[in-house]
Ligand binder design. Structure first.
Ligand code: ADP
Ligand code: MG
Length: 473
């Protein structure tokens, strides 16, 4: 039964919890696991949320309950626990990680993959769950031809090309790493397309680390480990994208490592990507970490102005849109975060021009992108945050980095860490480093502590809010 007193307040709280989950865990995890959650009831301090399948229940329960509970508590101090229940909806629920893969109906399959008998679907599988490729589809736009090379990515591109072109395995594994939206997935797909064209008999499998985990968990559940192992061990080229997702998941990591070793021993090519170098990956066992770095490690650096302009010119040409060079230069100057946003802004401008039927100008571009441009202008740095917070609480700036743990300096420091997490795109370890080389768990602790205080102490909450507004202004 749903609390009926103030349903809109509860809805608003739930919406905020969801928004937080999305920022904390990222789009991909949110879409796969958290978006499908529905709020069932809040009663006697227990929040009940429903998922469509048992499998999701296990997963969400073991991975997200703590965080769900903490976030709920931050919104509503009557909450003491969160319970995950299964509630099938009228429409046959399909497990969401699957759904997103299957949703890309017109995407192209990787050639050379033949479903093996042993990977037949166990009868226990529910309705709506279909046999699927164990690899994910390739994006037809992600080819070498469409990849613009510049200083920041030339080494990674050269390495990718070698792997794609060489008949023998040149280095194993190839480990590509770099920030979000800089072309890791694009390069992996490009390798797959290239091999597919040249050597259609070679079995190339591309999938995300999340999907790898998902299949592993499912194989465990359906007691189907044999075919799980077999399917991976029979590929010629295995690519796993975003392996940082495997960190901390001990049993998946173990299986990943076995698969990895088995393939390397058989001289099959492995290509991995992550947002960090092997040595910086957290929650990965040392022996796994060191083995990941055995082959070639190639990083993709943040874009330069020249590369951004090159990508925009290339993309504008392919769009067939008449975009004045001035506008492209303007975008290359302004949208510096990553290539995905750069492409997004170009698409928006082109779509707008087509819709209103007027030529694109610098003014119209600025107008169409005003929200994007504002947010990139407003980006604050951790240093600014530290300075402002120190001023506000009248402590020395040096205390932001000092090991002193007295409450009078520790609390402001925690506030600054909290704001750094909220207002910048820095990761927890990066934030920790900027605060006198503290561990990422210290930052995480600070974030939770401040969240707690914000919800229990009204004037403290106002202080933090004020600081946030000043920094954002
Ligand atoms: P990542 O996997 O590193 O997060 P993606 O490979 O998904 O990033 O790239 C994000 C978007 O930017 C994709 O649409 C991709 O085609 C495009 N992109 C990235 N780098 C380049 C490049 N050098 N040339 C052309 N497009 C690029
Ligand atoms: Mg990617």
């Amino acid at each position: 039964m749903r609390t009926n007193e103030i349903p809109s307040a509860i809805d608003a709280q739930w919406a905020r919890v969801r928004a937080r989950l999305k920022t904390e865990f990222g789009e991909a995890q949110f879409k796969s696991w958290l978006k499908p959650l529905t709020l069932v009831s809040i009663a006697d301090g227990a929040v009940k949320v429903a998922v469509p399948t048992r499998f999701m229940q296990d997963w969400v329960r073991s991975h997200y309950t703590d965080r769900l509970c903490a976030l709920w508590r931050g919104e509503n101090n009557t909450v003491r626990s969160v319970e995950i229940v299964v509630q099938t909806t009228a429409a046959p629920a399909r497990e969401p990680a699957l759904q997103s893969e299957l949703g890309r109906a017109n995407a192209v399959r990787i050639d050379g993959y033949r479903p093996t008998k042993s990977f037949a679907v166990p009868a226990a599988r529910g309705p709506g769950e279909e046999t699927e490729d164990f690899g994910a589809p390739l994006d037809p736009r992600f080819t070498f031809e469409n990849f613009v090379i510049g200083k920041p990515n030339e080494f990674a591109t050269a390495a990718a090309r070698r792997v794609a072109e060489e008949a023998k395995v040149p280095f194993n594994p190839l480990f590509l790493y770099g920030g979000v939206g800089l072309g890791k997935t694009h390069l992996m797909h490009a390798i797959a397309w290239h091999i597919r064209k040249r050597h259609p008999q070679r079995k190339v499998v591309y999938l995300s680390a999340e999907k790898f985990m998902y299949q592993f968990i499912r194989a465990l559940r359906f007691k189907d480990m044999m075919s799980f192992k077999e399917q991976f061990r029979s590929v010629d080229v295995l690519m796993i994208d975003d392996v940082q997702f495997i960190s901390g998941k001990d049993s998946t990591q173990e299986e990943f490592f076995h698969t990895f070793n088995a393939l390397i021993d058989q001289n099959r090519q492995i290509i991995l990507s992550a947002d960090k170098s092997p040595s910086d990956l957290e929650g990965i066992e040392d022996r796994v970490r060191s083995r990941l770095g055995w082959g070639l490690v190639a990083d993709i650096h943040p874009t330069t102005y020249e590369l951004r302009l090159g990508i925009l010119q290339n993309k504008a040409e392919r769009l067939g849109a008449a975009i004045p060079p001035k506008v492209l230069e303007f975008l290359a100057h302004k949208i510096t975060s990553n290539v995905r946003e750069l492409e997004g802004s170009l698409n928006r401008i082109a779509a707008h021009a087509q819709l209103v039927g007027r030529p694109i100008t610098l003014e119209s571009a600025q107008e169409v992108l005003h929200d994007l441009l504002r947010s990139s202008d407003r980006r604050v740095t951790i240093e600014e945050i530290q300075k402002r917070v120190a001023e506000h609480f009248s402590i020395r700036l040096a205390d932001m980095h000092s090991p002193r743990r007295a409450r009078a300096v520790a609390r402001p420091r925690q506030v600054a860490m909290y704001l750094a997490k909220q207002l910048t795109t820095r990761s927890l370890p990066e934030i920790g480093r900027k605060f006198g080389g503290r561990d990422h768990t210290t930052v995480m602790h600070a974030v939770r502590k401040i969240e707690e205080l914000r919800s229990s102490d009204h004037s403290f909450a106002e202080d933090v809010e004020l600081l946030r507004r000043m920094l954002e202004a």
